[in-house]
Write a protein that binds this ligand. Structure first.
Ligand SMILES: [Zn+2]
Ligand SMILES: [Zn+2]
Length: 381
């Protein structure tokens, strides 16, 4: 008999509650059963699941995609069925006035409860440190592309309003040349997301999207450098078919569908990347939810609720980096098969020592990764 995610989540969290003694991560069983959107609770707050796209291009303002911003937002909302959508024009292709016009246009499409529209800007140089998306800046970043010294030491500290920065289509050595010290610099905490799944079919431009194996490699690489980055799906769509040519998207657990809450949820990294429309992951470690930083005793209880409507996922892998940033990268801690696209998984693990660690989930089909959760970072005592 097929179970829905709500039932799985309910079972998972009841188990979690038993094991960790009224853990502060739980779920509202009733709401899950009656709601099309699954709902979870963590530390007294309820979150619902929303899907969106956070890296796209249009022709608006001189960017190198297609169609206008109005056409893009309408398409993404009505045909792509996204709950939230961000367009991220190349900063060097648009003007400061053009950027302000884009922000105003986006605001007209924002309808709390129905659709969240965002404008970011894609800054950087592929040959000098890589591309990033900067969100919620009140000005266009006019720092020369690739001049990380000015960007990182002057521009970013002067723009506290920036809500988050995404590492785009990452390659090994990207951002490493860019002076960012994720373990020491306060401003580095702005770099809070990384693209872990991309879509070649959506891309039409100069940088392309790395194959999934490379994305997995870069995820582990940047986490091990000490970046506390959550997982995003990235289409980098330049083809005016936002949400219809590729199922790649980002799942976000948010208090509600409003611009401020979606932004907060992404800042908190309650996110996962997915290759499948409607795929769902919720992942906790003791009382710590997906994306969070906390502490844990050596006896750890992991709880996973997973649903893949395409039923392609064959296995879940729990990845962990037991010596934290530096040293070895994350490796497989445990795995379990997925049957019929559904899984609930409670896994106990006893760390042999204390220290800083992080853990995340991969959903896998054959050689391909279907989804990556954001990590949970814990200080194990
Ligand atoms: Zn790019
Ligand atoms: Zn792009």
């Amino acid at each position: 008999m097929k179970k829905d995610l709500g039932v799985l989540l309910a079972a998972a969290f009841l188990l979690s509650g038993c094991q960790s003694g009224m853990g502060s991560v739980s779920l509202d069983k009733g709401l899950l059963k009656s709601s099309a959107r699954p709902q979870v609770r963590a530390k007294g707050i309820s979150y619902s699941l929303y899907y969106g796209s956070n890296h796209t291009h249009t022709a608006a303002g001189g960017d190198d995609g297609k169609l206008s911003l109005e056409e893009a937002f309408s398409y993404a909302r009505d045909k792509g069925k996204f709950d939230f959508f961000a367009t991220t024009p190349h900063s060097h292709m648009i003007t400061p006035d053009g950027y302000q016009t884009l922000r105003q246009t986006a605001q007209k499409f924002n309808q709390d409860g129905k659709f969240v529209s965002l404008v970011g800007q894609e800054w950087g140089s592929l040959s000098r440190g890589g591309h990033i998306n900067i969100f919620e800046a009140n000005q266009l970043c006019q720092v020369t592309s690739g001049d990380w010294n000015t960007f990182y030491k002057q521009w970013l500290p002067a723009h506290n309003e920036v809500s988050w920065v995404a590492l785009n289509h990452p390659k090994l050595n990207d951002f490493a040349q860019s002076l960012i010290n994720p373990q020491k610099d306060a401003v580095a905490s702005k770099f809070s997301t990384i693209a872990t799944i991309g879509s070649r079919s959506d891309y039409e431009g100069e940088d392309g999207n790395a194959p999934i194996s490379e994305k997995a490699q870069t995820y582990d690489y940047f986490l091990n450098l000490g970046f506390k980055v959550g997982s995003l799906g990235e289409t980098d769509n330049h083809r005016a078919n936002w949400g219809t040519s590729s199922p790649v998207s980002t799942g976000v657990w948010s208090r509600q569908l409003s611009k401020s809450e979606i932004v907060k949820a992404i800042q908190a990294r309650r996110t996962f990347s997915t290759q499948v429309k409607g795929l769902k992951i919720w992942f906790t470690l003791n009382s710590n939810e997906m994306g969070s930083e906390g502490s844990s005793p050596r006896a750890m209880n992991f709880t996973v609720a997973f649903s893949d409507p395409s039923k392609q996922t064959t296995n879940l892998y729990l990845y962990g980096d037991l010596d934290g940033p530096g040293g070895a990268q994350a490796t497989t801690i445990a795995q379990r098969p997925v049957k019929d696209g559904q899984a609930e998984w409670n896994y106990s693990y006893n760390a042999s020592k204390s220290g800083k660690m992080y853990f995340y989930l991969r959903a896998v089909s054959g050689d391909g990764v279907m989804a990556f959760s954001s990590p949970i970072w814990v200080d194990v005592k």
